[in-house]
Design a protein around this ligand. Structure first.
Ligand code: ZN
Length: 180
């Protein structure tokens, strides 16, 4: 399994970087109305580094066929995703245009949590933990970094009062690298 882990972590890191560099030139700041709300949860450091690109056709990563050849099943189809965050750049699919305001903000919170994870871990370590967790769980929603981003999103949707997403992630991420 270790050879798969190292190979896949390298592929994922390279893919994140190439997608980031592809999308970044078209990146726009988050809309001011959204920013007003999100700034009650995220630090300026995260909000300033984040850029988003809307109306993207999200496609499966180039290494999917090799994973399927190796017998991996239930790989999440990227065409069904609302958004994918590549380091500091959030690629958002056309489907996200159908979300209501609350679901849209929830989506941005989830993706900004990923921006914060990337900021703390760097691309290589993000990819290493993401892949190690996927290979352990073999289920997308149980990947630890997805789980943490969803936890921030759920807390946001449930909260009446603003809270620090950074503190929330601090608690979740403590000792994370050691576990993977
Ligand atoms: Zn996610």
């Amino acid at each position: 399994m270790n050879d798969v882990k190292d190979w896949l972590a390298g592929e994922v890191a390279a893919w994140i970087t190439s997608e980031r560099d592809k999308f970044r030139p078209q990146g726009a700041k988050i809309d001011q109305d959204d920013l007003t709300i999100l700034s009650k949860y995220f630090t300026p450091d995260v909000l300033n580094r984040a850029a988003m690109v809307r109306g993207v056709d999200l496609t499966d990563p180039p290494f999917y066929p090799q994973l399927i050849d190796r017998g991996f099943k239930s790989l999440p189809p990227f065409s069904k995703m609302y958004a994918v965050t590549f380091n500091d750049t959030i690629a958002i699919s056309r489907q996200a245009d159908t979300l209501d305001v609350s679901a849209w903000l929830g989506l941005l919170v989830h993706e900004l949590a990923h921006v914060e994870q990337f900021r703390r871990l760097g691309v290589q370590e993000f990819a290493r933990i993401y892949v190690a967790s996927y290979l352990r769980e073999l289920e997308y929603s149980r990947i630890i970094l997805e789980n943490h981003a969803s936890s921030v999103e759920i807390a946001f949707l449930a909260s009446e009062q603003p809270f620090s997403a950074s503190d929330h992630l601090d608690t979740l991420m403590s000792g994370l690298s050691k576990h993977y």
